[in-house]
Design a protein around this ligand. Structure first.
Ligand SMILES: [Mg+2]
Length: 166
C-alpha cells in the first residue's frame, strides 16, 4: 500500500474479543490491580502489540465507549483511540441489525475496514455488502476464547490481500 492511501480502519469490540467470557484462564495480568473490575484481569496484554502490527487505524466500537481508552488501552499498550458513538436514540432500528453496523459504515465512508466483534450476524453482513462500497471484513470472534492466533491470521491474510494489486 502506498503512503498516500489511507490505512484500513479496524473497529474493535471489547467484550468478547478482548475480554473473553469463557472460564477464566491463568492470566498474565493477575498481579495488576483491577481497579474494582475483575473482568480487566482477562485482558491479554500481548494483544495490543499484535493489533498495532496489523497496520490499521484502530477505532473503539464498544459499549465501553471512552472507558476503553481509560482502562483497557493502557493495559494493552494501545494509544488513546477514537470511539464509535452510539446511534441517535430516535433512529429506527432494523431487526437483527447490530447498533454498531450503520455508524461504522458511516464512519468508514467507503474506506476499507475490518470489524472485530463477537456479535456479528447475517443481517450485518448483508447491510455492509449493500451500504459500503469498499472492501470490508466482518470478523466474528468466539467470545468464549477471545482473539486467538487463528483470528490474527485471518485478519492479516485479508489485509495482505487488500495490499496486493489485483
Ligand atoms: Mg462483544
Amino acid at each position: 500500500m502506498s503512503a498516500a492511501v489511507e490505512r484500513p480502519l479496524l473497529f474493535l469490540d471489547v467484550d468478547g474479543p478482548l475480554i473473553p467470557f469463557g472460564p477464566a484462564q491463568p492470566s498474565p495480568t493477575e498481579s495488576v490491580p483491577d481497579h474494582g473490575n475483575p473482568l480487566l484481569s482477562r485482558l491479554d496484554p500481548t494483544v495490543g502489540a499484535r493489533l498495532l502490527a496489523l497496520g490499521c487505524s484502530l477505532v473503539w466500537a464498544t459499549t465501553w465507549m471512552e472507558e476503553a481508552n481509560a482502562v483497557v488501552a493502557p493495559r494493552l499498550g494501545l494509544p488513546k483511540l477514537p470511539v464509535l458513538e452510539w446511534p441517535e436514540a430516535d433512529e429506527p432500528s432494523l431487526h437483527g441489525l447490530h447498533w454498531k453496523t450503520r455508524p461504522l459504515v458511516g464512519w468508514a465512508r467507503g474506506r476499507p475496514f475490518v470489524w472485530v466483534d463477537d456479535e456479528i450476524g447475517a443481517v450485518d453482513r448483508l447491510w455492509v455488502a449493500a451500504a459500503h462500497p469498499g472492501p470490508a471484513l466482518l470478523h466474528r470472534v468466539d467470545p468464549a476464547r477471545g482473539l486467538q492466533d487463528s483470528d490474527f491470521l485471518a485478519l492479516s491474510d485479508w489485509l495482505a490481500a487488500l495490499d496486493r494489486p489485483s
